[in-house]
Design a binder for this molecule. Structure first.
Ligand code: DP6
Length: 347
């Protein structure tokens, strides 16, 4: 192997949280546990070329869709300097990072979860090529460093359903990395659908990182953290039993609590738009009329994630086309299923 130049490439997906991570403790540790499933289509592809230098610390060039991106480079450099403690070789390497998203450009959505997990996976692959990381520890280390980059990213290094955050409700859980929980998940959830309805594209008014920080002085923070722990334990039971009605109730309540926290923070803000609420109302009405198990969840933004079991998908997709598409910017929505997780790309 030519050790003056080593490369690795990964394609890594985004994920959607069912119980939300909102509020941190210490450095990049979650104030409560969260559970998500990995998406199959919303992915980032990242290639890292590491060139040996004389030392003096890590340096980088970052290209996004083929163009050098200085703003993202600064954020990445901060992350890589921290990562030098876990990947000592970084101190004597210059990195050329090339990244692109498979989200359609017009959707205006970017994901720190897919981009940081793709990068952390590349760093781990290089570690492995240098003989510094065993197969056994690979994904745990990838999840740990994804989390340092962006909390939700640590849940993207595995497919299926994942839990991040220490909880007595499940042994083997940690605040430092996510664990896969597929072995307890009922078949009805295995091919769940997530249609992302693009209500508004573009940058959010308040970043997640700022939102998390507002929890530090939030009057309801302690209550929220207790609810996050309780909902994690309850969702584990629901995922095991396959109780769809309970799933609908809990996941929608989590989404609304997330946005209620934003609206009641010391500096209040609203990320939902009128069309977000219109779509939520339509989804709930359609569920009441049909008895189908479609539900919504929300990220820290205006877009609506419409979730449903696979066997109800034909009717739900018809409903989206006839009733919801008019609320989407440029009639755009993105269809995802529970995904199998990141893929290594041959370089
Ligand atoms: C609402 O992971 O984006 O999507 O750790 O500061 O990068 P940082 O925050 P981020 O926050 C995600 C918040 C959320 C809920 C979730 O994914 O659990």
């Amino acid at each position: 192997m030519n050790t003056s130049q080593i490369q690795a490439a990964w394609k890594s997906p985004s994920n959607i949280a069912l119980v939300k991570y909102w509020g941190k403790k210490g450095f990049q540790l979650p104030a409560n546990p969260s559970i998500s499933f990995t998406l199959d289509k919303a992915t980032t592809e990242t290639k890292v070329l590491a060139q040996k230098t004389q030392g003096g610390g890590v340096s980088l060039e970052l290209y996004f869709d083929g163009e050098r991106n200085k703003a993202f480079e600064d954020k990445m450099l901060g992350f890589l300097r921290r990562a030098e403690t876990g990947f000592e070789w970084l101190k004597e390497h210059h990195l050329i990072i090339q990244s692109s998203n498979t989200f359609p450009h017009s959707s205006g959505i970017a994901s720190s979860a897919s981009s940081f997990s793709a990068l952390a996976l590349c760093l781990c692959s290089i570690d492995q090529q240098l003989g510094l990381l065993s197969d056994k520890d690979f994904f745990e280390k990838a999840s740990y460093w994804s989390r340092v980059g962006s909390g939700s990213a640590c849940r993207s290094v595995y497919g299926g359903f994942n839990l991040w955050g220490q909880t007595d409700a499940l042994i083997g859980t940690s605040d430092e990395y996510a664990v896969n929980i597929d072995d307890i998940v009922h078949p009805v959830f295995k091919n769940f659908k997530d249609t992302i309805l693009i209500i508004e594209k573009g940058k959010k008014a308040v970043s997640s990182t700022t939102g998390h920080a507002l929890l530090e002085t939030h009057p309801f923070a302690e209550h929220r953290y207790r609810a996050g722990f309780k909902n994690t334990a309850t969702l584990l039971e629901i995922l095991e039993s396959g109780d769809l009605d309970a799933f609908v109730q809990l996941v929608e309540a989590e989404a609304l609590m997330l946005h209620a926290l934003m609206m009641t923070s010391p500096t209040p803000f609203i990320l939902m738009k009128p069309n977000t609420l219109a779509v939520i109302e339509k989804i709930q009405d359609f569920r009441n009329q049909t008895g189908l198990h479609l539900l919504f969840t929300l990220d820290a933004g205006a877009n609506v994630h419409l979730l449903n079991p696979e066997n109800e998908d034909n009717r739900v997709q018809e409903f989206i086309k006839s009733e919801l598409v008019g609320y989407c910017q440029n009639a755009l929505y993105l269809c995802n299923t529970v995904g199998k997780g990141p893929e290594k790309i041959n370089t």
